[in-house]
Design a protein around this ligand. Sequence first.
Ligand code: NAI
Length: 388
Amino acid sequence: MNKEIKVGVLGAGSMGSGIAQIAATQEHQVVLVDLNDDALAKAEASLKKILARLVEKEKINEATSKSIIGRIKFSNNVNDFNDCGIVIEAIIEKLEVKQQVFTQLEKIVNDDCILASNTSSLSIASIASACEKSDRVIGIHFFNPAPLMPLVEIIPAVQTTEETKNTARALIDSWKKVTVLTKDTPGFIVNRVARPFYGEALKIYEEGIADFATIDWAMKELGGFRMGPFTLMDYIGNDVNYTVTETVFGAFYYDPRYRPSFTQKRHKEAGWFGRKNGRGFFDYSEGAEKPEPNKDEQLGAEIVNRIVVMLINEAADALFLNIATREDIDLAMTKGVNYPCGLLEWADEIGLEEVLLRLEFLHAEFGDDRYRPSVLLRRLVRDNKTFY
Ligand code: NAI
């Protein structure tokens, strides 16, 4: 039944083409629209290359590869969305542009077509407000690369109906994705809760406690994270990561918990974006020497403890403010950014009293509101309870 829904995707960049690939693999007819013909040609070529690699690795056969690509119509005409059951927008991250596009889309599609945005940082309510029938607008936030990352955040706006929410979630579930439900607040779950992974690592560096290589070593080898924060920032791009941090900071009315770092700002200003241009926190040019970390276990543990309690504090606060359920908060961080363990589960393991103690120590030492412990954490400790 589900498969009969024709899926429209607007924007054939890295996210849009990934989403089109998923939907076509799940046997939907797909229309992938971009106004830029070069972007369309690039998307088609790159998709063919990805499918050829999957055939080579014997993940799919030649016939399946052909039928996947055959189900996608590459088009530069938005009118081709006219018979879609859902259109997922993945164009440039600018509110005015998205609003214009949503107003235009509404005139093309049927009344029961769901209009979704893959935005990372804009409010769904503000995008929905561009539509007359705003109750069919929802956020469906994939992670990069979309075909490989299991998590998808489902974000109903204040205007969104239960029916839109349930239909959208059921569709994405049927694509074998892990969906979590989140409130329409800055950063949703992942991009909010993950802020200290970058911010606290940068602060530890700025205080001269350790260098990039040592912080990365500690988080990876002792903390069990897939990548150290500086390697990850270089991977995401310091331009992109810094902008997200700045946007989240502003969106939270300048709460010091989300304060951006001058170190990253200067790297961005210098054009040291990371892997994509050969230089970020680390040097990726040919023959460049990799800096050696200081493998002092005590120092390493101090670094991991500080970043992890800040992450836990953020997760606790998201739960306190009903951004999502405790299960969805933990699932989001393990499936969206590969954390070794859910943060609330991790907090129970460490012991909430210990987590609170470490935060209170930082709060007293710095006198900075950035370190204020979440009210929920205090209450649980007071009542001798745990998250689970
Ligand atoms: P991108 O820059 O790779 O692709 C955007 C595409 O949209 C381009 O091909 C461009 O030609 C097209 N486009 C721009 N305006 C258009 C219009 N009015 N009509 C039709 N096509 C138009 O961008 P990317 O990285 O794929 O991001 C797209 C969206 O997904 C953004 O909202 C972004 O915040 C969000 N997102 C990005 C993630 C990432 O890691 N790159 C992760 C999750 C969400």
